[in-house]
Design a protein. Structure first.
Ligand SMILES: Cc1cc2nc3c(=O)[nH]c(=O)nc-3n(C[C@H](O)[C@H](O)[C@H](O)COP(=O)(O)OP(=O)(O)OC[C@H]3O[C@@H](n4cnc5c(N)ncnc54)[C@H](O)[C@@H]3O)c2cc1C
Length: 503
């Protein structure tokens, strides 16, 4: 083992939405930061995903990595181990959670629990997060939008021309579509923002040391068990031990609990900070269904996500429980989730050559229906013989089904309107649910709470049982909103940066 001589103010593990943002922010505040990232810089052609290749290559499946599902079968997770983590392949839609998302909310199937924070605690950090990530959007259109202290600094980018008449057609049906807020850069080759660009590169490179290809294996505690003293990582084939006054794990909702479970010792026999037995439990993964509509004219199949609809977020005319969020998917050839999820598309792509896929893409309009799930301790990440195992069954299913059927009814009404020319009437709408391998939206496995007997970290992300250990990623979510988790992860990281830098 090689023991690093240097002692850093903070070691951050993982460079995704949480870790990349935190490492950059802390370095700018004058702290010496070591960032340990198991991946490396992603080649531009891999980031630039608008291609039929997206469907053919196992591009976003780490090589040689298999996790095991509830039935014990192995599967290849869709996750990005790279500088920037999953933000290198995300849709870059950065939405705030709604005020009510932070409080206890009855769902169709049980309760969505309250956070120890309120929306107003996070609002200033949402504003900073939007500014840091150059989020382009327009406030005041979506009726569910939470109160904002400032509008977006940048107006939405123009959407594909054929989507404008579709927006008007939806308005005719009483919907209130809005331009979904998206993180954009000025780079024409890779315009969508990510945490490498807006987190790490925005940091102070004199104070920020980045080690790629550094897979953290476990943490070592001091004799009292109250502090982490060593971070053990495999770096290019060697085992290293690093030392920091503060250690922050931001390896994502699956790998963060894995590192802590693997670090069990005499003081923490069930894993570090697992006195509550909640470490790895309460795994939540947004329910995601894609729905295809037939376009009457060709489109490029290569464009970003564009419109959002929250008219059913808190329910509809028939039910008073939340149903969720709808958004246009990116073009079928641009959206990494498609390559993975809708069985209908995967089947097509396996059976027919490029031309067929191009044609399918250019003649479709794709939508995502997204519904929250509630935390369930039986849904968990655990280790068996050091292999990652995922026990997971979606709950809140009826709410999601209702959202899907509600949306298909809306699409049918749009198609039946003689004024609408951009989409065709279809007897059925192909749809597909995201399978277990789509883990990008996972959260909840190290839940945040004031009570150490039922949570893993406190409201700042500090582990209950280890004073200098924090978590800064989607694993701390006590509940899972129906909008994407990205902006909330970034806002929490900025809040933690302030906390760790305060005297
Ligand atoms: C295809 C796709 C599309 C998405 N679209 C959106 C969207 O439009 N909007 C939205 O809000 N969310 C979206 N998401 C979800 C979003 O990307 C995640 O919620 C967010 O990235 C979570 O941030 P994180 O910091 O928790 O983890 P991640 O961003 O996953 O980062 C974890 C980091 O830790 C590193 N790591 C893991 N294990 C170790 C280890 N042992 N040692 C060292 N480093 C390690 C990883 O390489 C990675 O860099 C999408 C996800 C995917 C996959």
């Amino acid at each position: 083992m090689i023991i690093d001589d240097r002692k850093y103010d903070v070691i951050v593990i993982g460079s995704g939405a949480g870790g990349g943002t935190l490492a950059g922010a802390l370095s700018k505040k004058g702290q010496s930061v070591l960032l340990l990232e198991r991946g490396t810089t992603m080649a531009l052609e891999d980031q630039n995903v608008a291609d039929v290749d997206l469907f053919r290559k196992d591009r976003y499946h780490p090589r040689n990595e298999r996790w095991f599902g509830p039935d014990g079968d192995p599967f290849a997770p869709q996750t990005s181990y790279a500088r920037g983590g999953n933000t290198k392949i995300w849709g870059a839609v950065l939405e705030r959670m709604r005020e009510k998302d932070f409080s206890e909310t009855p769902l169709q199937d049980g309760l969505s629990p309250a956070w120890p924070l309120e929306y107003k605690d996070l609002e200033p950090y949402y504003t900073r997060a939007e500014q840091l990530y150059c989020v382009h959007g327009q406030a005041g259109v979506d009726p569910t939008e939470p109160t904002r202290s400032e509008g977006y600094q940048d107006a939405p980018k123009p959407i594909e021309p054929f989507l404008e008449p579709l927006r008007s057609a939806l308005q005719q049906q009483g919907c209130q579509p809005y331009d979904i807020p998206i993180s954009w850069s000025d780079d024409i080759n890779d315009p969508s923002g990510d945490s490498e660009l807006f987190g790490l590169q925005a940091g102070d490179d004199q104070r920020l040391t980045i080690r790629d290809n550094a897979e953290v294996l476990r943490l070592h505690v001091n004799p009292s068990g109250r502090e982490v003293r060593g971070v053990e990582a495999a770096v290019n084939g060697d085992i290293w031990l690093f030392n920091g006054a503060v250690v922050v794990v931001a390896a994502g909702a699956i790998n963060t609990p894995v590192i802590l479970l693997r670090s069990s010792n005499a003081h923490h026999p069930k894993g570090i900070s697992n006195g509550s037995d909640q470490l790895g439990r309460n795994l939540m993964n947004l329910q995601l269904t894609s729905i295809l509509q037939l376009a009457s004219e060709r489109n490029s199949g290569r464009y970003g996500r564009s419109l959002g609809i929250n008219d059913y977020y808190w329910g509809d005319k028939n039910v008073s429980f939340p149903l969720g969020h709808i958004q246009t998917a990116g073009g079928v050839l641009q959206d990494a989730l498609f390559a993975e999820s809708p069985p209908v598309l995967s089947l097509v792509t396996k059976l027919i050559p490029d031309f067929g896929l191009e044609r399918l893409a250019s003649r479709s309009v794709a939508w995502w229906a997204m519904t929250e799930v509630r935390p369930d301790p039986h849904n968990k990440v655990w280790l068996q013989n050091d292999q990652i195992r995922i026990n997971y069954i979606h709950n809140n299913r009826e709410a999601h089904d209702r959202l899907v059927y509600r949306w298909i009814d809306t699409l049918k009404a749009v198609e039946a309107d003689p004024a609408t020319k951009v989409v065709l009437k279809a007897p059925t709408h192909a749809r597909g649910e995201a399978p277990l391998s789509v883990v990008g939206f996972a959260c909840g496995t190290c839940r945040m709470g004031d009570d150490p007997s039922s949570s893993v970290v406190n409201r700042h992300g500090q582990c209950h049982e280890v004073d200098n250990l924090y978590i800064a990623d989607a694993s701390v979510f006590p509940s899972c909103p129906s909008v994407g988790p990205g902006l909330t992860v970034i806002a929490l990281a900025l809040r933690l940066a302030d906390h760790l830098s305060s005297p």
